[in-house]
Design a protein around this ligand. Structure first.
Ligand code: ATP
Length: 367
């Protein structure tokens, strides 16, 4: 099973929602569409499902064209063999878990042993076979989500489309369910597309991430690659690089790059990498977990040298496994630091030294 999308365009009146999307989802892979609200993720997915008709382009599911503007093919939604899991799971509270999952089969006139077998198979796949007789209103949010997944799986779809299915859940449940969903997807070899604007969710679930903006694809890559090598500061920002400063100048000598930040003029050393063409706007991008932080006692000499500098702590927020700090340096630039070292000395108002390894500083084009 696979999905191929070729050069899809879709406008609503004058507004272009999707502007030339190409993507391939290989068999058993999960591709996540990641991007800000309004970037065209849902429209792309609805075009694949057949809920929207693209203006032009071609879509194939399992090698079969389901939409092709050139040859006038437009297969109806219920003939595309696509399952969908939405944000609102639309579980009927007056039905049992079994009845909810069996519902699409009933609609298709399937009954008897086939209905029993297929419904139990789907319930087993999501680990809910023991809940078959339970009323659906007596389920947790996570269980309801699994019922919704089972109800899609019962149709044995070629592909599954997920539209922010976890976004209505509280943070802890969401974290747990995203791992479970990834486990299930890998185990059942589901070929799917998942839409989200949450970078953590995208990184955790995807074989490939497609970063979108204004109806276009900005970057495609596997989660590790895309996280480590964003193509622009704009994408970096979206992936959680919270230290982004415009670049003023860059000088290369002896394999090192001396860079200067425009605001405040701080000079740092970065490892080699992207060369900024003349006249192009660039930025330096550093992930908060790539900066180390140390307490500096008041009155002691600041350890300023190379990529180490001192600032004043403006935020110290305990996140359980990490501390999140904000530190304002002498040039008034504010740095965000995520540290595993939980030091009680680093408090708001205290001084701290930040060190950034040259390899952790990325110089990237703004767009
Ligand atoms: P979100 O994360 O908020 O759901 P999205 O990335 O999924 O956003 P889409 O829902 O695909 O974005 O919308 C893309 C653009 O198309 C937006 O500007 C939106 O306002 C517009 N749009 C979507 N559906 C319609 C519609 N039925 N009529 C008119 N404009 C629409």
């Amino acid at each position: 099973m696979s999905i191929t999308v070729e050069n899809i365009y879709k406008s609503y009146g004058d507004a272009r929602a999707v502007a030339g999307i190409d993507l391939v989802v290989p068999d058993g892979h999960m591709v996540v569409l990641l991007g800000p609200s309004g970037c065209g993720k849902t429209t792309t997915m609805r075009c694949i499902a057949g809920l929207e008709t693209p203006d032009s382009g071609r879509i194939m599911i399992d090698g079969r064209p389901v939409f092709d503007s050139a040859s006038g093919i437009d297969v109806a939604v219920n003939k595309r063999n696509v399952g969908m899991v939405f944000q609102s799971y639309a579980i009927w509270p007056h039905m049992t878990v079994f009845e909810n999952v069996a519902f699409p089969l009933t609609m298709q006139g399937i009954g008897g042993t086939e209905l029993q077998e297929r419904t139990f198979e789907a319930l087993e796949q999501v680990g809910l076979a023991d809940y078959a007789k339970r009323g659906s209103s007596a389920l947790s949010g996570g269980q309801m989500q699994r019922v919704a997944l089972a109800r899609s799986l019962v149709m044995r779809p070629a592909v599954l489309l997920f539209d922010e299915p976890l976004s209505n859940l509280d943070a802890r449940l969401r974290d747990r369910l995203r791992v479970q969903l990834r486990e299930l997807q890998v185990e059942l070899k589901i070929t799917g597309i998942y839409v989200t604007h949450d970078q953590q969710e995208a990184l955790a679930l995807a074989d490939q991430i497609v970063v979108m903006e204004q109806g276009k694809i900005l970057q495609i890559g596997d989660p590790v690659d895309i996280y480590q090598n964003p193509k622009s500061s704009h994408i970096a920002e979206f992936l959680g690089y919270s230290n982004i400063f415009p670049l003023a100048s860059i000088e290369e000598a002896d394999g090192l790059r001396r860079i200067e930040i425009r605001e405040g003029g701080r000079r740092l050393v970065a490892a080699a990498g992207y060369s900024v063409p003349d006249g192009e706007d660039a930025a330096i991008c550093v992930r908060p977990d790539d900066i180390s932080i140390q307490h500096v006692a008041d009155g002691s000499a600041p350890p300023e040298s190379g990529n180490t500098f001192v600032g004043r702590v403006t935020l110290a927020s305990f996140l359980g496994s990490h501390m999140l700090y904000r530190v304002r340096d002498d040039d008034d630039a504010v740095w965000e630091v995520l540290s595993k070292d939980i030091s009680r000395d680093i408090t708001v108002g205290s001084r701290a030294a930040l060190t950034i390894h040259a390899d952790a500083i990325k110089v990237l084009p703004v767009r």
